[in-house]
Ligand binder design. Structure first.
Ligand SMILES: Cc1cc2nc3c(=O)[nH]c(=O)nc-3n(C[C@H](O)[C@H](O)[C@H](O)COP(=O)(O)O)c2cc1C
Ligand code: SF4
Length: 466
C-alpha cells in the first residue's frame, strides 16, 4: 500500500488518525477501481468470503463499533437482531441521506472513495445474508449517485459485486436509489417507506424495527455510510486491535464535521474520545475568531441539545465523579450523553459571543418546521408554532411570556410522536430556553427587542433572510 500524499491545503492534522478518510484529499488517488485495487482494495472482501457470516458479525460485535449515523447503536448487536429462523429475504440499506444539519462526511467518502463503501457494503451484506443492498442517497448529491453507479459497474466487471462473487457462490446486487431530498428520509423507517415508493412517513417502533420488519416487511439492516466503511477495518485489524482505538465503549475513529465560529472549520477523523472539545476548537480548528469568546456548542448535529460555555458538567472518570467545563469534554458518545447532549452524527457547531441565540434557535426551528413529515399532530403543529414564536421574537414582536410558551410547546412534543424527529425538533428549543432563556427573553421587551445582535439578525429583521 503506497503512503498517501495530500493536497497542500488539505493536509490531515497531526492529531488525526485517518482510516475512513485515508483516501480523502489525496493528490495520488482517484475514485476508480484501479486506484482502489492498487491500494489493496477488496482484499478484505476476499477474506470475509472465506469466513462464516456469523463470525463476521461476532467480530463486529467484539470491536465495539457503534453506528455513526446518529444514535450510536452497536452495529454488530443490530445485525444480531435478524430473527434466527427467518425465511424471508434480508436487505441491507446504506443510509446516504446525510440530512442532519452540520454533518458533511458521508459525501466525501462517496465522492472520493466509493469502493471503500462498496467493499463495506459487500462484507456487511455477506455477514447478514443480504443478496440485495440499496444505497439511499439524497437528491442533492447527484454527482455522488453517478460516482456510485460507475463504481458499482466497475466492481461488477471485476467480480467483486454481482453473481458468484470471486467464485464464492455469494451473489450481491447493489442498487443506488435517489431520494427526493427530505430530512425525514434519513430516519430509517421513513427511508424504507420512501424506498418502497411511498411518502416517507416513519413507522412506529415497535413493531416495525427494521431488523425484523423492514423493507417489504422483511428483515432489513440500515447502516450509515461511515459505519459500513468501518466494517472492513474491523476485519483488517481484528476486533481486539480495532477496539484499542478510541476509548472503552467508544471504540474506533470517527469523523467530526466542525462548522461555525472557528478559524479553520472542516472535517477531522480522530479516535473516539481521545480529543476534547477544547482541543477540537483550539488545536484542530485553529481557535476561535480573533477577539471572540466561546458562547456555545451544538455537539452532534442541529438536533443535539446545545451546551453553554458557562456550564459545568458532572461526568465519571473511571469510577470517580468529576466536574468539568465545556472545553474538557471528551468527544465520545457516552460523555456527551452524560453532559446532557449527544455526539449524534458528528456535526459540531461552534458559536462565539457574537451570536444572537434567539436568531440561532429560530434558524433551527425554521428547518424543523419545514421538515416535519406532518404525520403526528404534536410534531406537525408544534414545530410550526415554535418557528412562529421564535420568528416573532427575532423580529422584535415577541412578548416575554413567549419564551415560556416556546418551552411548553417543546415539552408537549418530546416523547409523544411516532419517530425521533419529535425529540430532534424539541431538544433545541428546550436547551436554548433553559440555557439562554434570559437572553432570548431580553429580546422581547425594552430596547433589546428591536436591536438585533448580529448581521443575520439584522437581515432577518429586515425580512431579507429566510
Ligand atoms: C429525523 C432523523 C433523521 C436521520 N437522518 C439520518 C441521516 O441522514 N443519515 C443517517 O445515517 N442516519 C440518520 N438517522 C438515523 C437513522 O434512523 C438510523 O438510525 C441510522 O441510519 C442507522 O445507522 P447506524 O446504526 O450505522 O448509525 C436519522 C434519524 C432521525 C430520527
Ligand atoms: S415525529 Fe414528526 S417527522 Fe416523525 S412521524 Fe411524527 S410528524 Fe413525522
Amino acid at each position: 500500500m503506497s503512503s498517501p500524499t495530500y493536497r497542500e491545503d488539505r493536509q490531515p492534522h497531526p492529531r488525526e488518525r485517518r482510516m475512513i478518510f485515508r483516501n480523502v484529499d489525496r493528490t495520488d488517488y482517484d475514485p476508480s477501481i484501479d486506484c482502489y485495487l492498487r491500494d489493496g482494495g477488496y482484499e478484505l472482501l476476499k477474506k470475509a468470503l472465506g469466513m462464516e457470516p456469523k463470525d463476521i458479525t461476532e467480530e463486529v460485535k467484539k470491536s465495539g463499533l457503534r453506528g455513526r449515523g446518529g444514535a450510536g447503536f452497536p452495529t454488530g448487536v443490530k445485525w444480531g437482531f435478524i430473527p434466527p429462523n427467518n425465511t424471508k429475504p434480508v436487505y441491507l440499506i446504506c443510509n446516504a441521506d446525510e440530512s442532519e444539519p452540520g454533518t458533511f462526511k458521508d459525501r466525501y467518502i462517496i465522492h472520493q472513495d466509493p469502493h471503500q463503501l462498496l467493499e463495506g457494503i459487500a462484507i456487511s451484506s455477506f455477514a447478514v445474508g443480504a443478496k440485495v443492498a440499496f444505497i439511499y442517497i439524497r437528491e442533492e448529491f447527484p454527482e455522488g449517485a453517478e460516482i456510485l453507479e460507475r463504481a458499482i459497474a466497475e466492481a461488477e466487471e471485476k467480480g467483486f459485486l454481482g453473481k458468484d462473487i470471486q467464485g464464492s457462490g455469494f451473489d450481491l446486487e447493489v442498487v443506488v436509489h435517489r431520494g427526493a431530498g427530505a430530512y425525514i428520509c434519513g430516519e430509517e423507517t421513513g427511508l424504507i417507506e420512501s424506498l418502497e415508493g411511498k411518502r416517507p412517513y416513519p413507522r412506529i417502533k415497535p413493531p416495525y424495527f427494521p431488523a425484523a420488519l423492514g423493507l417489504y416487511m422483511c428483515p432489513t439492516i440500515v447502516n450509515n455510510v461511515e459505519s459500513l466503511c468501518h466494517v472492513k477495518h474491523v476485519l483488517a485489524m481484528g476486533a481486539e486491535e480495532y477496539a484499542k482505538l478510541g476509548t472503552p465503549r467508544n471504540t474506533g475513529t470517527r469523523i467530526l464535521c466542525v462548522s461555525g465560529d472557528v478559524v479553520k472549520p472542516g472535517y477531522f477523523e480522530v479516535e473516539v474520545g481521545k480529543v476534547t472539545m477544547g482541543e477540537v476548537i483550539h488545536d484542530l480548528c485553529g481557535g476561535l475568531k480573533p477577539g471572540r469568546k466561546l458562547k456555545a456548542v451544538i455537539p452532534g448535529g442541529s438536533s443535539a441539545k446545545v451546551l453553554s460555555a458557562d456550564e459545568r458538567f458532572k461526568i465519571k472518570r473511571g469510577d470517580d465523579p468529576v466536574e468539568i467545563g465545556i472545553e474538557d469534554i471528551p468527544m465520545d458518545f457516552d460523555t456527551m450523553a452524560a453532559c446532557g447532549s449527544m455526539a449524534g452524527s458528528g456535526g459540531v457547531i461552534i458559536m462565539d459571543d457574537s451570536r444572537d441565540m434567539a436568531w440561532v434557535l429560530n434558524n433551527i426551528n425554521e428547518f424543523y418546521a419545514h421538515e416535519s413529515c406532518g404525520q403526528c399532530t404534536p410534531c406537525r403543529e408544534g414545530s410550526l408554532w415554535m418557528k412562529k414564536i421564535s420568528a416573532r421574537i427575532v423580529k422584535g414582536d415577541g412578548a416575554p411570556e413567549d419564551v415560556d410558551t416556546l418551552l411548553s410547546v417543546a415539552d408537549q412534543i418530546e416523547g409523544k410522536t411516532i419517530c425521533a424527529f419529535g425529540e430532534a425538533c424539541s431538544w433545541p428549543t428546550q436547551s436554548f430556553v433553559k440555557k439562554f432563556g434570559d437572553e432570548i427573553k431580553a429580546r422581547t421587551s425594552g430596547e433589546n427587542a428591536s436591536r438585533p445582535v448580529n448581521k443575520e439578525t439584522e437581515l432577518a429583521a429586515a425580512g431579507l433572510a429566510r
